[in-house]
Write a protein that binds this ligand. Structure first.
Ligand code: S3P
Length: 425
């Protein structure tokens, strides 16, 4: 795909429903009593894998519309053993491992090549401590989870800051014999906690720890999914980068554990306003407006990383256009995402003229407040790199040839059309 330079990005948009919350709504709906209606569902390659997964385990899901579903819950221990293809979706595989640990019978969780290269011991080890039998394939998928129907509650402090790991443990804890506590050194996204509370589960949240009590039943009724901050991020970054841009995103999820990018944009000199703040089903939602500004370098450290983990590739692009040297550190987890994002971002941005050096856990970016030349970017089979490449093309002098653009559909099928609709040439 060719992406030609833009004169500006201007307009008002809404983006599809949040991917993290969409996965969780289907999984918790499947474990619920009766029907859960999901409105604003963010349908994508990843979330379709979650619908297909629960169907494979005996759950009926009615597709009412592209963005609306009804999930017919089978109860907390009602899943039918079987084999699931998780596709590219790490969130699905890790959360489902926690769910299956509390069922009876054997569940096999497989994934595509990229997912099969990602670490799974981080969920397997705590689930084993809870009493489930979990086999990995050399630490990776396929996973075999044999639930015993009698899990123990544990207290644990995962080594990595990961919402997926925390969520897997909490979901297993629903079917344990006592309280289960996860202590986090650095807080990660809390969509699982918010949705469990909405489903009537008692949670205790104290500082950096969360405890779930064994649950009798989940009752969700309706989940309204806000717009996905991570899907809006490439558009917001395009607006921050290209002089004269002014973009507003409506009905956007602004959970503070997801919006680290807004803080970085402000620090770097873009104009950011957040207004019409409200809560929808426990999740903060707002309108977000970003206007371009003269960008300056910044530093992003480990404590901030979970709040913008999926947006860090875009921070590297911003940094390439900012005056001074930007340092991103404490982000070693990026090497374990859908691709090695530290290398994929550096290769992609270098190929269009940026000056970026990799570190084991981040990048050093020497920015220049001018457009990059342009060139060819390979998405490396990674949806976030594909979207990064498109924004790099708009902000460049000569445009970008984007290899593997179609992989954006893993999280955001209509991305290029929406971006084009606000692009002025
Ligand atoms: C996600 C958590 C993050 C994020 C991923 C989605 C989630 O992963 O990178 O895209 O829905 O819980 P980790 O929490 O494992 O870092």
């Amino acid at each position: 795909m060719r992406v030609e330079p833009a004169a500006a990005v201007v307009g008002h948009v809404v983006v599809p429903g949040d991917k993290s919350i969409s996965h969780r709504a289907v999984l918790l709906g499947a474990l619920g009593e009766g029907e859960t209606r999901v409105r604003g569902f963010g349908r994508s390659g990843d979330t379709q894998a979650t619908i297909d997964a629960v169907r494979a385990l005996g759950v009926e899901v009615d597709d009412l519309a592209e963005d609306e579903l009804v999930v017919h819950g089978v109860g907390l221990r009602g899943l039918r053993p079987g084999r699931v293809d998780c596709g590219n979706a790490g969130t699905l595989m890790r959360l489902l491992a926690g769910v299956c640990a509390g069922q009876e019978g054997e569940f096999v969780l497989a994934g595509d090549r990229s997912l099969s290269a990602r670490p799974m011991e981080r969920v397997a080890a705590p689930l084993r401590r809870m009493g489930a039998e979990v086999e990995t394939t050399d630490g990776h998928a396929p996973l075999v989870v044999r639930g015993t129907g009698s899990l123990r509650g544990i207290e644990t402090e995962p080594e990595v800051a990961s919402s997926q790991v925390k969520s897997a443990i909490l979901l297993a804890g629903l079917n344990a014999d006592g309280p289960t506590t996860v202590v986090e050194r650095i807080p990660t996204r809390d969509h699982t906690e918010l949705l469990l509370e909405a489903a009537g589960v008692r949670l205790r949240r104290r500082g950096a720890s969360v405890t779930v009590e064994p649950a009798g039943a989940l009752r969700l009724e309706t989940v309204v999914v806000p717009g996905d901050f991570s899907s809006a991020a490439p558009l917001l970054v395009a607006a921050a980068l290209i002089p004269g841009s002014d973009l507003t995103v409506h009905d956007l999820g602004v959970n503070p554990r997801r919006t680290g990018l807004l803080d970085v944009l402000e620090r770097m000199g873009a104009r950011v306003s957040v207004f019409e703040r409200r809560r929808v089903g426990g999740e903060p939602v707002a309108t977000v407006r970003v206007q371009a500004g003269e960008l300056v370098a910044t530093t992003v450290g480990a404590d901030e990383v979970p709040r913008l983990v999926d947006e860090l590739p875009l921070v590297a692009l911003l940094a390439s256009h900012a005056r001074g040297e930007t340092r991103v550190e404490g982000a070693g987890e990026l090497r374990l995402k859908e691709s090695d994002r530290i290398e994929a971002v550096a290769d992609g941005l270098r190929a269009v003229g940026a000056r970026i050096r990799t570190q084991p856990d981040g990048w050093l970016v020497a920015g220049v407040p001018a457009r990059l030349r342009g060139g060819r970017i390979d998405a490396c089979g990674d949806h976030r790199i594909a979207m990064l490449g498109a924004v790099a093309g708009l902000a460049s002098r000569e445009g970008v040839a984007l290899e593997g653009a179609e992989t954006a559909a893993i999280s955001f099928p209509g991305f290029y059309e929406l971006l084009e609709s606000v692009t002025r040439r």
